[in-house]
Structure formats: C-alpha cells, structure tokens
Write a protein that binds this ligand. Structure first.
Ligand code: IVH
Length: 658
C-alpha cells in the first residue's frame, strides 16, 4: 500500500506540473480525478503513509483564526525605483565605477505580492508575506494551494527562497466575472485580486482563485552569481520566470527594457517594470544596501500612464500635527488599473505654481504604484469659468484660525484639541508600523471618535468595558469585537519602538524609534536623556533631539505615558539587545577586500549587533577600515586619510576575544 501511495503521489505531482507549468497534460481530467480519488481513500485508510508532498495537501481546506506574525530569517528588501533610461544608465555607471565590466541579470518585474518560502530538508514548511520587511504574516495555508508550487523539492535542502505570487490575466477575468455575478465589487487589478486572495483565513478561497508563483531570489546562497542561483532554484523544481537574460553592459540592459516595453501586452500576466540585478553575488554583498533597498539592484518602472479629467473642487484635510493639506476632488477616472477620485495637491505653492484652477481639466499621471499626481491644467480647454483657489482662513473641522508653519509653506490648525488632529493621531497610533491594532481602521476610529467611544489613545485600552455597546453597533458582531479586543490586548506586548512611533513625536517614525528603543531599552531612560545626549546619536541630530525632549517635557504627554504604563502597555525594548564592546560600539566601519574566515554579511551582522555602522565608502568620518585580501581603492583612501586599519589577523584577535 505504501508503494502504491508513493506511486500515486509521483504520477499526480508530475501530471500537475505538466498541466500547469508546461501546458502538456498527459492525463485526461477523468484519469486524474480517479487517481486522486484512489489516493484520497488510501490516505484515509493509512494515514501513517501520507507523504509530505501529497497533492491532497493542496486540496485540503484549512481555516486559520488569525494571521500569525513571523520574523523573516533575513530581512525582505524592496527595490529602489527608476523611471527612465538615464536613471538606468546612472545605476550602471555607479556599479561600473566600483566593479568595471559587471554583468547584469534582467528580469520581468511581476506585479503581484512578495513572498518568502521556507523549505526544510526539501519539504515545504511555511510562507510569509513581506510585511514591513522584518516581520511578515504567515500565509502557509494559502500558499500551499498554489498548483505550480512543489511541496517537495528535488533535493533535501534547507532553503529560504523569495518570489512573487501573482494572478494571470485570465484568472483575474474569471474571478471578476464570478464576483459580478454574485453582486460583489470586482477587483481593480490582478495584483489586488492576488493580494485579496492571499489575505484570506480560509484556504479554499485562495485555491479557487488559481494563484501562481515565480521565485526570483535566494537570500543565503553559496553560489557565485545570481544567474546560477536562478538555475539552482529551477533545478530544485521551483517555478522561475523563463524570460530572464544576462546583459553585459548598459546597452544590452536598455535593449531588454525596450523589448519588453513593447511586448508586455503579449504576456499572460501583468508586469509593471524590469528588475536589473548585479550578477556577481560577492559584488552584491560588497555593494550592500540602504535601510530599505539593496544597492545592487533597481526596478525600472514602465512609463507613467496619463489621462485627463476634471478638477471639480479642492478640499482640505487636517493631519495629526495640524498640517492642512489641499486635495483634488476629481471626476472619477480609470488610471493604470484603478479608479481615481481624489489626489493630494500637497500644498498651496504646488497649486499656484502649476496654476491649477477649480473647474480645470487636468492631466493626471500615475507611475506604477506611485500615488496619482495632478500634473498640470489643460490650458486650451479653459472656458473662463475656472476659479482660482482662495485659501481658507479657518480650520475646516474646528474653525480655529489657521497659522503658517515655520517653513512658511504649510498652514496649520494650532488647536491641539481639533477633532481632525485627534482622529489622525488615533489612526497613526493604531497603524501597522505603530501599535498595529487590527480592526481599528480609519473609518471605524472616525466613527468611534464621533460617537465618543474613543476620544484619546488611552480610551482604546478601555474599550473592553464597552463591549456590549460595541456589539450593538452596525457592522460589528460578537466575533469582530472579540478579535478587536484581542488585537488591542496584544498590542500591550509590543516592543518599545512601536510605542515610540505611535506616540507621534514630530520627526520620529519607525526607523528612528527603533534606534532610540535599542539604545535606551526603556522609556524612562529615554525620558531622562538630555538634549545634548540625544543630539550625539547618529541619525538624530539637533532638531529631532529637541522634538523628543519637548515631547517628554509636555505634561499632557507625561500623563498619557503614565496612564498607558498603568494600563500595562509594555515600555521596554524586546528586540535583540545590542551588545557593547569598546572596539565596535558606535564606530563606523568600512570593509574592503576578501575576508577568509568570516563572510562579509556575517561580519556586518555582528558589527550591527554591537551598534556599529558599516558603510561602503571611506571618508574622514570612518573610524576603522577592515582590510582583506586584494583590497580596492578604499584601502589607499584609508591610508591617505590616516584612518585606523585592521587586517584579518587583528580582526580575528578581536573576534576571538569576544
Ligand atoms: S528582487 C532583494 N525580482 O518588486 C531583492 N523583485 O518593487 C528582492 N518583484 O518587493 C526583490 N518581480 O515584490 C525581484 N524579478 C523580480 C521581481 C521582484 C517583482 C517585486 C518584489 C519586490 C518589488 C520591489
């Protein structure tokens, strides 16, 4: 029986691949169904023989109660965008300066959602979304349903591999037809449809949606080029996009871009650009990355789509710091796959500079994912009825007289009790990079604020006492209230950086919040830090140091923090604590040449643990240059600037002494 089960799994998996990946069905639907049925029955009878790669796992429905958060073993980067050929050439020039005659792998930029997969000993274990790049959400149950994704690799390897989940144009149409029939709103584009399908608790939905996947990145590879990585991914049996090419210079890269700009419509799926990656993995490592993007790759985005629509009105919104933003109210129009009704106009200068008038026809542009932009008025379509905007003098919400910001560009509502400011602060507090409270979206917070259920952030933690009242509200039920209260409760255990971001200290977003949380470890030490001390921290500087100090000196803020503490909101840093060492901590390092006993990435990671910084270029601010075999010009620069140099011997001694 065990043998037969094995045989059935093999035949059915092969049939699946031939059918879905190679367009080469060798079993009829009937044959396939009857073999699958046989396998089902045998597995039921002999559950001890169920194989990890059995196709029945793809069919079994799994319903989870929430998306678990997962920390990516290696952070998931996004890519820096470029929008024209010159920027592509600049990128290549920059690379060539450091590594002349480099090769570049050009790939299609799939318009889907990024996913990270984990295989253990060749068996599919889990899948997670990108999330904020550090922490994503577990979507294993849904990814398992993707027909072209093998549950078992051709080798028993441990692997972290990244790629894109996407929906073909054909499946997208099918899904939308069905939605229209059921009286549901159609998805705007295949990417939204794919994302909506993956964000389902019930895996039977994503199975019906017919999702697909291409893998394109191996974060921890022992090979020497990205091209070899891609061959390896393919050999393992994972689906890869066949349309990749290795280009030897800028011209070949531009040819590839040109070819696919013309041909993209012939593809069965949507792409939104071209990805260009340095082929040599050692060079990739040396180029490194910024906080968000690798420096060894870029995404060329296809040219923006432009349409004309009418600017009906200009309205104003109030941000959490009181900033007044003008917004265009537009005649709804389809643009690059979504319907646009509004667009930010940023500030008054922008409106007057572009000479936008109410009633104008305007050019509206969108480049890929970028938010729609009102480019300019269509002057020749003016008929004299267009009106120049007269700036409002009072806050549109609380009617307080507006003042000018320090920069003189923006207008501000100075009323700290302005409802709009308060609502925006609440929205910020609960948002994904802040306290990450699910179920308290913008609309709900606005409603709760207006009916008086939540007036300030501490009220959020008092919601449980209003449970009965909540259940009675329209759109709420027992279950959603329970989920909401659980999410609020969970947020009490967030690490300090989320709270610091959530508090809305001007200029302190999640990145700076992380730096502060790591450094001070608890809120009291941060509150006791002097401006001078804060000012000395890299990345903080005098303005932010003042903002932080002013924020914590403000009695209202102190009361809020005190109350949150009493409620049980965690105020300590829970992430990896940084270590301290006189050789490393708070110093700036540059690494050059090949290191023989430690990988460059490992060394960088280690240095970061000690709160040291690494950079790619030597300057007078560099503290130490670590020099391996065959160092480049950085070594000479270090000598020239008289910067401390460690050779491998010295590095090894220090590391051994840790
Ligand atoms: S490589 C560290 N290759 O585009 C490098 N990304 O705008 C990781 N994408 O987050 C990305 N096709 O979701 C890479 N062939 C491709 C891609 C691709 C689509 C997506 C990916 C990424 C986003 C960046």
């Amino acid at each position: 029986m065990q043998e037969r089960i094995k045989e059935l799994v093999e035949i059915l998996n092969k049939a699946n691949i031939e059918y879905h990946m190679n367009d080469n069905p060798f079993l009829s639907d009937n044959e396939y169904d009857s073999l699958l049925d046989e396998l089902f029955k045998l597995e039921k009878q002999y559950p001890e023989y169920i194989l990890p790669d059995s196709p029945t796992h793809k069919i079994a429905t799994e319903v989870i109660s929430e998306f678990k958060k997962v920390t990516h073993p290696t952070p998931m980067f996004s890519l820096a965008d470029v929008f024209n050929e010159d920027e592509v050439k600049d990128f290549i020039k920059k690379i060539e300066k450091e590594f002349p005659n480099s090769e570049y792998v050009c790939e299609l930029k799939m318009d889907g959602l990024a996913v990270s997969l984990i295989y253990e000993k060749g068996i599919f274990k889990s899948a997670a979304t990108r999330g904020d790049g550090i922490i994503g959400e577990d979507i294993t149950h849904n990814v398992k349903t993707i027909k072209t994704l093998p549950l078992k690799l051709n080798k028993d390897v441990d692997l972290e591999v990244r790629g894109e989940i996407y929906m073909s144009k054909k499946s997208f149409e099918k899904v939308n037809d069905a939605r229209l029939k059921d009286g549901l709103k159609p998805f705007q584009n295949p990417r939204n449809a794919a994302a909506g399908s993956i964000r389902q608790l019930d895996s039977s939905i994503s199975r019906q949606r017919d999702l697909n996947i291409y893998l394109y990145h191996l974060p921890n590879s022992e090979l020497t080029t990205h091209y070899e990585n891609m061959q390896y991914i393919k050999q393992l049996g994972l689906p890869t996009n066949p349309n990749l090419t290795v280009a030897k210079n800028a011209n070949e890269v531009l040819d590839y871009i040109d070819y696919w700009t013309k041909k993209r419509n012939t593809l069965p799926y949507e792409i939104d650009g071209i990805v260009i990656k340095v082929n040599n993995l050692a060079h990739q490592a040396e180029l490194g990355s910024t906080v968000k993007y690798p420096k060894w790759a870029i995404a060329y985005k296809f040219p923006a789509v432009e349409v004309i629509t009418k600017l009906r009105n200009i309205t104003f919104t109030v941000g959490r710091t009181g900033q007044i933003t003008p917004n265009a109210v537009l005649d709804p129009i389809k643009l690059a796959g979504s319907t646009v009704k509004r667009a930010t106009l940023h500030n008054l200068d922008n409106i007057y500079h572009k000479d936008l008038r109410i009633g104008d026809y305007v050019y509206l542009r969108k480049a890929g994912d970028v938010i729609p932009e009102v480019v300019a008025p269509v002057i020749e379509r003016r008929n004299g009825t267009e009106k120049i905007l007269k700036m409002i003098e009072n806050c549109p919400i609380c009617h307080t007289k507006l003042i000018k910001s320090e920069s003189q560009i923006d207008f501000l509502c100075p009323n700290v009790n302005c409802p709009a400011r308060n609502i925006e602060s609440l929205i910020h507090f609960t948002s994904r990079d802040a306290m990450n409270i699910e179920g308290l979206g913008e609309k709900i917070l606005e409603d709760f604020y207006n009916i008086g259920i939540i007036k300030n952030i501490t009220d959020i933690y008092n919601l449980y006492s209003k449970k009965d009242e909540l259940i009675e509200l329209e759109g709420f039920g027992n279950k959603s209230v329970q989920n909401l209260l659980r999410s609020i409760e969970n947020s009490k255990h967030n690490s300090l950086e989320r709270l610091l971001n959530a508090l809305g200290i001007p200029g302190i977003g999640i990145k700076n919040a992380r730096i502060l949380a790591k450094r001070y470890e608890n809120i009291d030490s941060l509150m006791n830090a002097s401006v001078e001390e804060l000012n000395k921290i890299d990345d903080i500087g005098p303005i932010l140091a003042n903002n932080i100090s002013n924020f914590f000196d403000n009695p209202t803020n102190r009361i809020i923090i005190h109350t949150l503490k009493e409620i049980g909101v965690n105020m300590t840093y829970l992430g990896q604590k940084s270590l301290h060492n006189e050789y490393f901590s708070h110093k700036k390092f540059v690494i050059t040449g090949t290191l023989s006993f430690i990988k460059r990435d490992q060394l960088k990671e280690l240095l970061e643990k000690y709160d040291a910084k690494t950079s790619n270029s030597v300057s007078k601010n560099t503290d130490v240059v670590i020099v391996g075999a065959d160092p480049g010009s950085k070594y000479e620069k270090a000598l020239e600037l008289n910067i401390e140099i460690w050779d491998e011997q010295k590095l090894k001694e220090i590391l051994d002494s840790l």
